[in-house]
Design a protein around this ligand. Structure first.
Ligand code: ZN
Length: 395
C-alpha cells in the first residue's frame, strides 16, 4: 500500500501540506479586502479548528495519498474521484500482522473516513471542490463499512505451532473417545497438509485415499482424490493432492490415516469397543505408517459423524461440523474459537508454506488455487517484507 519514495520527493510533498486546513488563496483575498492582521487572525482560528493530532494525521494521510498517486501515475491535487475510490478500496483490503501473530486489517473504517477527510481538507485549503463528495467515493466508503460489519474479523490461519496445540488437545485413547481421537487427528492433518476446504474434507470417502510409495524415500504417502473438478471443461480431470509422510509420528498424515483405517476395519469386524479398550497408547516415537501398505476400500464416508457414546454414523460430517471441530479444538487449546473456522486449515497451509520458503507456484499447486492474487495475499501475510522495495532503501 505504502510506496517508498526518495527523501527529496517526500520533503516536497510534505511542503505542499504545510497547512492542510487554511486556504492560502482565500487568505490573500482577506489581506486585500481587509488587512494583514485580519488575515492572520483568521488563519490562526482556521488552523486551530482541528486538534494537533488530527492535523498530524491529516498530513500523514495526505503524504500516503500523494505517494500512492506518484506510484500509480495519478494526480493527487486536484484528485479524480474514481482514483480516490480505487485508493480507498485498496487501503480497505490491506492487512498487517498483529502483535499476536494474526492478520488484521491495516486500516479501520474510521481511519479510512479520516483519510478521505484529509484529502477533502487539502482540496478545501486549495480552494478546490472535494472529490469525497462524489457518489463513487461516498458509496465506496459505505460499502467498506457494510462489508466490515458483515465480517468482523478475518479467520486466523492455523500455523504449524497452532496445529500442534490443537493436536495436543486430542482425547486420550481408549473406548469410546479413541474414535474421535483418530478421526479428528486425521481431519486436522489432512485439512492442513492438503490445504483442503471444509466441503472437500466432508465429501471424502474412504476409497478417495490411496496409500502409495514415495519414490524418493520408499516411505508411504497418501494420494487423495478430490473428485472431478468443476472448472475443467472435459470433466474427466480428477483433482488429487499428495500428502507425504510427516517428520514426526504425531504430525504424520499417513500415520493418522493408518490408525483410522485400522479402527474402521475393526468397526467393520464389529468389535470396536473391545478393540479400543485393548488398545494401548501407541508409542509416539514410532511411525505406524512404516508398516502400512494398503487400507480398507469399502465405500463409506472418510469422516463420519461420531456420537459421544462412540456410535459411528453412516453419514459424513457436514462442512459446518468440520468448522465446529476446528473451533472446538481451538477453544480447548485456550484460543478464541471465533477466530477460527474450517478455512483456517487451508489458509494455514498457504501461510506456513510461504513462511517455509515455498514459491507461489508450489503453494498454488497443492492448494489448487488458480488465482495468484489469492496466494499472494497469504504470502504477504507470512512475509510482509518479502519481495518488497522497502528492504532495498539502504536504511
Ligand atoms: Zn508416519
Amino acid at each position: 500500500m505504502e510506496v517508498a519514495l526518495p527523501e527529496p520527493v517526500r520533503a516536497a510533498l510534505s511542503r505542499g501540506t504545510k497547512s492542510v486546513l487554511v486556504d492560502s488563496a482565500a487568505l490573500a483575498a482577506v489581506r486585500d479586502r481587509f488587512d494583514g492582521a485580519q488575515a492572520e487572525s483568521l488563519a490562526h482560528y482556521l488552523s486551530e479548528s482541528q486538534s494537533a493530532n488530527t492535523l498530524r494525521a491529516y498530513r500523514t494521510d495526505w503524504l500516503a495519498w500523494s505517494a500512492w498517486c506518484a506510484g500509480e501515475g495519478r494526480q493527487a491535487l486536484p484528485a479524480e474521484p474514481l482514483d480516490l475510490a480505487v485508493y480507498l478500496a485498496a487501503a480497505a483490503d490491506a492487512t498487517r500482522i498483529a502483535a499476536d501473530g494474526g492478520t488484521k486489517w491495516a486500516f479501520s473504517p474510521a481511519t479510512l473516513d479520516r483519510k478521505a477527510a484529509a484529502i477533502a481538507a487539502v482540496h478545501a485549503a486549495n480552494g478546490l471542490p472535494s472529490p469525497t463528495r462524489a457518489d463513487v467515493v461516498r458509496l465506496t466508503l459505505r460499502g467498506i463499512r457494510r462489508v466490515r460489519k458483515a465480517q468482523p474479523t478475518r479467520k486466523r490461519p492455523v500455523l504449524l505451532g497452532t496445529l500442534e496445540a490443537l493436536l495436543a488437545e486430542l482425547p486420550a485413547d481408549g473406548w469410546p473417545q479413541g474414535i474421535a481421537r483418530r478421526r479428528d487427528a486425521l481431519l486436522l492433518l489432512m485439512g492442513f497438509a492438503g490445504a483442503l476446504r471444509r466441503s472437500e474434507l466432508a465429501g471424502l470417502h474412504l476409497d478417495s485415499v490411496q496409500v502409495d510409495t514415495d519414490a524418493r524415500t520408499g516411505e508411504p504417502l497418501l494420494i487423495v482424490d478430490l473428485g472431478v473438478t468443476k472448472t475443467d471443461p472435459t470433466g474427466v480431470h480428477h483433482q488429487r493432492v499428495v500428502l507425504p509422510r510427516g517428520q514426526r509420528p504425531h504430525t504424520c498424515a499417513v500415520c493418522a490415516f493408518a490408525e483410522w483405517a485400522d479402527l474402521l476395519a475393526a468397526h467393520a469386524g464389529g468389535s470396536l469397543a473391545q478393540w479400543l479398550s485393548e488398545r494401548e497408547e501407541p508409542a509416539r516415537q514410532v511411525h505406524r505408517c512404516h508398516s502400512y501398505r494398503t487400507g480398507p476400500t469399502w465405500p463409506q464416508p472418510l469422516f463420519p459423524s461420531v456420537s459421544r457414546h462412540g456410535h459411528l454414523g453412516d453419514r459424513p460430517m457436514t462442512g459446518r461440523a468440520v468448522a465446529d471441530l476446528v473451533k472446538r479444538y481451538a477453544e480447548r487449546a485456550g484460543l478464541d474459537p471465533d477466530l477460527f473456522s474450517g478455512h483456517s486449515l487451508r489458509a494455514g497451509f498457504a501461510t506456513q508454506a510461504a513462511l517455509g520458503g515455498a514459491t507461489d507456484r508450489e503453494i498454488m499447486r497443492q492448494g489448487r488455487w488458480t488465482n495468484p492474487r489469492t496466494v499472494h495475499r497469504y504470502i504477504r501475510t507470512a512475509n510482509p517484507l518479502d519481495d518488497n522495495a522497502v528492504t532495498k532503501l539502504g536504511l
